[in-house]
Design a protein around this ligand. Structure first.
Ligand code: TEU
Length: 553
């Protein structure tokens, strides 16, 4: 059956549970904390929530190291707390998407513990990527692959008899051994995990590292080609990303979801270099959505935005899938900082594990608001990351001993890691930990300036970032922009993003100087603006770093 296909136009809000709201008082957010703030998310107007992992985990990678896929980690609550949260969300017409981490488990997963206790060649080892080492005594790793977090992607184990033994592959931390997705037991187990959550009533899954499950035959060495990069930070031809065999897995999952009511969705985190590559994950019999990282990686630059928007819509619509848009998540420098990095400190493409650089806060917030006003006017679905609706910046000054991201540890502090976008949310200005936790604890320190950014402070301020998001989301719904068609408007100059979507005209100014709006638009109704408009002798001016939505009907 075909359901509503709600995901085609949805605004989906990412909750990073450990940093959203703490109900238990241990300084770490939890599921009852999520439940207690559903009213605020309903007021924000989001259609769905995607929750980063809350399943049982030793938390070596903040829950992306799962030890039991079918239970809730005690840090976050219980399965009963999950059921309450889900029911309360559904009562408010908010759908729930859960994170699924199939590329690797935790080293504390019972299967990996069994693999360590078993012999080379055993069925227990066959569920993971164990290989003999190279060199005379197997003392060299099986190939030269590096972990995404830094350092080698292989770790040698000690065999049960005490001898130096085989190596296992981990594309991420040593505590995250990669599964062997050629193994039928692994495939069957994940079908069971899907059904476990579908039976509980979840509306879909965000699939972690959806481009990594299958590794190239023979596990060949990989030497990055500095010229091979295209739109994003990733190159083509990496022997562990985007191998053809991954798609078979998702065709299988598509069939599992289709056993339900036709209203459940899969969203791929496939960090591929181009929209055309990413679109392979959303062919009709595979996933329903894929994150558009090429869009996230585009700066506040009109020409680049026009190009990536056109290219994305073409690539996804060619396979019948909705476009998706995203500016921030728990892995990258928050866009209120990323969009204002200085020329002296450009930090590459701005993706989290690099140095966060030295952004200029006022410019960053202005651009972030303007960039969000462009994004939420686009046809398709948009993903928001908790705290961006408050205009939170990246937190740069986190002491080393407070940092927890494995990237920080694995590079000896050379790469800051992603803690700066994971600082707990400020809810109220006057409470300890800004109301994040009843005891005033917070697992990462919150900056003093965050009092003025707290949600309660912003609710009553008509010009706040929170109220801008509320206005944009409700106008988007009122004008049905998610299901609309984009039509570029010409003649505005290189620094301007200008398009119509239905009866809404959107003009974004990425240049350094104000522009005067044409008379026809100046007489229209401003239904949303990311910042104050100006007036000149000749008419209404759109200042630099500002986006406006106008209806002229
Ligand atoms: O991130 C995946 C990931 O880190 C890569 O796709 C990488 O970002 C990409 O190659 C660009 O460099 C997911 C989670 O979002 C992240 O939080 C986890 O740490 C990671 O998987 C491991 O589970």
């Amino acid at each position: 059956s075909t359901g509503s296909e709600w995901w085609r136009t949805a605004v989906i809000y990412q909750i990073y549970p450990r940093s959203f709201a703490d109900n238990s008082g241990d300084g770490i957010g939890d599921l009852p904390g999520v439940t207690s703030h559903l009213d605020e998310l309903q007021q924000l107007g989001v259609d769905a929530i995607w929750l980063s992992p809350f399943q049982t985990s030793p938390q070596k990678d903040a829950g992306y190291d799962v030890a039991d896929y079918c239970d809730v980690d005690p840090l976050f609550g219980t399965l009963a707390d999950f059921d309450v949260m889900l029911a309360e969300a559904h009562t408010r017409s908010i759908r729930i998407i859960v994170d699924l981490v199939p590329n690797h488990s935790s080293d504390q997963h019972v299967w990996f513990q069994q693999a360590l206790a078993a012999a080379p060649g055993s069925t227990e080892r066959a569920r993971y990527m164990f290989r003999d080492g190279l060199g005379k005594n197997g003392e060299l790793p099986p190939n030269n692959w590096e972990s995404v977090f830094g350092g080698p992607a292989w770790t040698r184990v000690t065999e049960p008899d005490g001898s130096a033994g085989q190596w296992y592959l981990h594309l991420f931390d040593t505590s995250q051994p990669d599964f062997d997705w050629h193994n039928e037991e692994v495939r069957a187990e994940f079908r069971r995990v899907l059904r476990f959550w579908l039976d509980r009533g979840v509306d879909g899954f965000r699939v972690d590292v959806a481009h990594g499950l299958i590794k190239a035959e023979g596990l060949p060495d990989y030497t990055p080609d500095p010229d091979a990069g295209s739109m994003g930070g990733e190159e083509l031809g990496v022997p562990y990303w985007g191998q053809d065999g991954v798609h078979e897995v998702y065709r299988d999952w598509h069939a599992v979801l289709a056993e339900y009511d036709g209203d459940r969705a899969l969203c791929a985190e496939a960090w591929m270099p181009t929209p055309e590559q990413t679109a392979l994950w959303v062919r009709p019999d595979e996933m329903h959505q894929a994150f558009n990282f090429a869009y996230l990686e585009t700066g506040w630059d009109a020409a680049a935005l026009r190009a990536v928007i056109t290219r994305s819509i073409e690539a996804y619509s060619a396979v019948g899938a909705p476009s998706t848009w995203v500016l921030s998540n728990h892995d990258v420098v928050r866009h209120a900082s990323r969009l204002a990095l200085t020329a002296e400190n450009p930090q590459g493409h701005g993706i989290g594990p690099d140095s966060p650089g030295k952004p200029i806060p006022e410019v960053g917030l202005r651009r972030a608001r303007a960039a969000t006003a462009v994004m939420l006017a686009l046809p398709g679905s948009s993903y928001l990351y908790q705290g961006e609706e408050l205009g939170l910046p990246e937190v740069i000054e986190i002491p080393g001993d407070a940092r927890q991201d494995p990237t920080w540890f694995r590079t000896n502090g050379e790469r800051y890691g992603r803690d700066g976008c994971r600082v707990p949310i400020p809810w109220t200005a006057d409470a300890p930990a800004y109301g994040f936790s009843p005891t005033g604890e917070a697992w990462l320190p919150q900056p003093a300036e965050w009092a003025t950014l707290s949600r309660d402070t912003q609710v009553g301020d008509a010009d706040s970032t929170l109220n801008l998001y509320r206005t944009l989301i409700s106008a988007r719904r009122a004008h049905n922009l998610g299901a609309g068609l984009l039509e570029w408007l010409e003649g505005f100059g290189d620094d301007i993003v200008a398009f119509r979507n239905g009866n809404v005209t959107v003009i974004g100014n990425t240049g350094g100087a104000p522009i005067v709006l044409p008379e026809g638009l100046a007489q229209g109704t401003v239904i949303a603006t990311s910042g104050p408009l100006g007036f000149t002798g000749t008419g209404t001016a759109l200042p630099a770093d500002t986006t406006v939505w106008i209806t002229t009907d």
